[in-house]
Design a protein around this ligand. Structure first.
Ligand SMILES: NC(=O)c1ccc[n+]([C@@H]2O[C@H](COP(=O)([O-])OP(=O)(O)OC[C@H]3O[C@@H](n4cnc5c(N)ncnc54)[C@H](OP(=O)(O)O)[C@@H]3O)[C@@H](O)[C@H]2O)c1
Length: 269
C-alpha cells in the first residue's frame, strides 16, 4: 500500500501499537495524530517521528483519508459529533469496544464508509489478533485496506458484525485466559523445583512456540498434539490429568460466558 493519509484520533495504547506496526511494516503512509493529552502527542512525535500532531481532532480528520477512532468508548460520541459533516469520502475505522456500526452511522450518517475493529492487547508487541467488519457503505476494498493495516500488528480476519461478541469472548478476552494458563504452568514448574524466573520463561515460550507451530505449519492442533504424544510417555500422562480436570469444557465455557457478557453489555448501551 502506498500514499495513504492516515489519521489517529486518540493516541493511547492501541493507536501507538498501530503506529508502531505501520512504521515497522514499511507501509508508505503519511500520519497525523490528535489527542487531548500533550504528553501523549509528545511521545508519538519523539518516539515515532510523527510531526503532524495536534490537540485538534478536526485537523486530523481534514488531513486524513483513513481516520482511526482510537478513543475510549465513552468518549466516542464527543468525537463523532466533532466529525459530523466533515468526513464525506473518508474511511472511518472505529476500534471502540462495544460501539456498533449502527451507533456510529446514527451520528455520522449511513452514507459514510465505516469499518469496526476488535483488536487485542498483544497488538502492542505486534502480535495482535484482530477482527474487522464493515458498515452499509464500506467497500470490499475498505475492509481489505483495514485488514492489511491490522496485519502489520498481528493477524486479522474479516467477520460479520454479529460475530463481534464471540470475537470479544475469544481473542479480545483470550489473553487473560492464556496469562492464567502460563501462570499455572509456571506454578507447576516451581512446585516441581524450578526457579520462578526459569519456570515462567519456559511456560511463556512454550505457549508462544506452540502457537507458532499451529500458525506456521497450518497443521491441525490435534495432529500436532498427537505428534508429541508418544505411547506410554510423559505427555499423554499430563494430558490425561488435563482431561480429568475438564480443561476443554472449562475453556469452551469461558468463551461462551464472555461472549454472553459482551452481548449483555451491548444491549445496555
Ligand atoms: N487496549 C486494548 O486492549 C483494546 C482492545 C480492544 C479495543 N480497544 C479499544 O481501543 C480504544 C482505545 O483504547 P486504548 O487502550 O488505546 O485507550 P487509551 O490508552 O486510554 O487511549 C485513548 C486516548 O484518547 C485520548 N482522548 C480522550 N479524549 C479525547 C478526545 N476528545 N479527543 C482525542 N483524544 C482523546 C486519551 O487522553 P486522556 O488519557 O488524556 O483522556 C488517551 O490518550 C478504546 O475504545 C478501546 O475500547 C482497546
Amino acid at each position: 500500500m502506498t500514499g495513504l493519509k492516515i489519521g489517529f484520533i486518540g493516541a493511547g495504547n492501541m493507536a501507538e501499537a498501530m503506529i508502531k506496526g505501520i512504521l515497522a511494516s514499511g507501509i508508505k503512509a503519511e500520519l497525523a495524530v490528535s489527542d487531548s493529552s500533550v504528553e501523549r502527542l509528545e511521545v508519538i512525535r519523539t518516539v515515532y517521528g510523527v510531526e503532524a500532531v495536534s490537540k485538534d481532532n478536526k485537523r486530523v480528520s481534514d488531513f486524513a483519508d483513513i481516520i482511526f477512532l482510537a478513543v475510549k468508548p465513552q468518549i466516542l460520541s464527543v468525537v463523532l459529533r466533532q466529525l459530523k459533516g466533515r468526513v464525506r469520502d473518508k474511511l472511518i475505522v472505529s476500534i471502540a469496544a462495544g460501539k456498533t456500526i449502527e451507533y456510529i452511522e446514527s451520528i455520522l450518517g449511513d452514507e459514510i464508509r465505516i469499518v469496526r475493529v476488535m483488536p487485542n492487547t498483544p497488538a502492542l508487541v505486534l502480535s495482535g489478533a484482530t477482527a474487522v467488519c464493515g458498515g452499509k457503505s464500506a467497500l470490499d476494498e475498505d475492509l481489505e485496506t483495514v485488514r492489511s493495516l491490522f496485519s502489520s500488528v498481528g493477524s486479522c480476519v474479516i467477520v460479520e458484525e454479529e460475530k463481534m461478541d464471540v470475537v470479544t469472548g475469544l481473542s479480545g478476552s483470550g489473553p487473560a485466559y492464556v496469562y492464567q494458563f502460563i501462570e499455572a504452568l509456571s506454578d507447576a514448574g516451581v512446585k516441581m523445583g524450578l526457579t520462578r524466573a526459569d519456570a515462567t520463561l519456559l511456560a511463556a515460550q512454550t505457549v508462544l512456540g506452540a502457537a507458532r507451530m499451529v500458525i506456521d505449519t497450518g497443521i491441525h492442533p490435534a495432529q500436532l498434539k498427537d505428534n508429541v504424544t508418544s505411547p506410554g510417555g510423559t505427555a499423554i500422562c499430563g494430558l490425561h490429568e488435563l482431561e480429568k480436570g475438564g480443561m476443554r469444557a472449562a475453556v469452551i465455557n469461558a468463551v461462551e460466558a464472555a461472549t454472553e457478557k459482551s452481548k449483555e453489555l451491548g444491549r445496555k448501551k
